[in-house]
Design a protein around this ligand. Sequence first.
Ligand SMILES: Cc1ncc(COP(=O)(O)O)c(C=O)c1O
Ligand SMILES: Nc1c(O)cccc1C(=O)C[C@H](N)C(=O)O
Length: 405
Amino acid sequence: MTREECEALDAADPLRHFRDEFALPDGVIYLVGNSLGAMPKAVTQRVATAVNDEWANRLVGGWNSARWYNQPTDLGDRIAPLIGAGPGEVIVGDSTSVAIYKAMAAAVRLQPGRRVILSDLANFPTDRYIVEGLVKGLGGDYRIRDIGDLDSALGDDVAAVLLSQVDYRTGARRDMAAVTARVHAAGALMVWDLCHSVGAFPIEVGEADFALGCTYKFLNGGPGSPAFLYAAPRHHESAENILSGWYSHADPFAFETAYRPADGIRRFAVSTPHVLSGIALSAALDMWERVDLHEVRAKSVALTSLFIDLVESSCGRDLTLASPAASGERGSQVSFLHDNGYPVMRALIDRGVHGDYRAPKLLRFGFAPLYLRYVDVYDAAATLAEVLGKELWRDERYAERLAVT
Ligand SMILES: Cc1ncc(COP(=O)(O)O)c(C=O)c1O
Ligand SMILES: Nc1c(O)cccc1C(=O)C[C@H](N)C(=O)O
């Protein structure tokens, strides 16, 4: 494909108008929307209003008049359609790690007599660390088993399974419905981490028991924006929130001495919402209400396929594709292996192409269809070919490790 052909694709792109809604620095091709999404311009005004009007003038009254108190469920209801859930099924707050803790604790305690949690060693480390902490906290004879081959790992001792739909390293995408059905057939509950899925393509939570994810990647909620947690309605009455803070109480402002869980999804809240972070997220969700996720998926497949084709034809000898070659098996990212992945990525970023590096050898590129153009993909592949072809990464400046990679 030529650059002119990419320009023609951009001109015909049904999502092209969304790019103007983002603040993007000049000269940057941003391929890290799978880590921290770009900022929707509308956030500036929305946060300014929240601070200067709602906080400054309404003071504590803002909990009622600005609906800060309702933010966890208001935002949850707006995220629900993005994951195929309904109103009253999603709550927003805390971080993904905290949501994992709550979901896994609830799932395990719904399964008396089963003591094994299946966890994927390749999952993002926090998922694993949180489950290890939970097992210690629960005491008794709870234990973790690595998934490896799912069918052999499933048995009548398995209480719950935790998996990411999209692998953070390779971008490989699992079939949620098929996996959930296999887990249920073995009598276990299914908990999905949707961090790398939400906003990247349409999701159907379907029969899943719990699902959670962050809002700062493809949803563009901003650094540290709150996480979401879905609980299937069939569990609302019986599941327990291990972090039984006052926001999960049936009547928080009754200040009762005894804990009584709220009905519905509110029982999975914990405490005071991070209101300003939620406000930034709400501005991003205003935009998502106008987005067709099927168009997002179609463009994501086209962008990732184009990038793979261009990179393999220009510098295929230097790199090994770590993502699935079949587009149906990928999320919205492409990863390549290179022995000197870290300095290669630093050299790329220095030339305006922002991807990220995951130890030990991975170059990772995320494709956010709302603000990326086909020409960006073309130019990014050309810059990568130049960095590799001229060995521009062999510069001592690129060896220094930054704290966040
Ligand atoms: C799959 C996955 N789970 C969880 C997290 C992060 O969790 P938290 O938002 O709690 O830092 C990330 C990325 O940071 C992730 O990629
Ligand atoms: N959550 C992050 C952070 O607090 C600092 C830097 C990066 C992140 C990320 O989100 C990384 C991302 N989950 C990953 O897939 O590697």
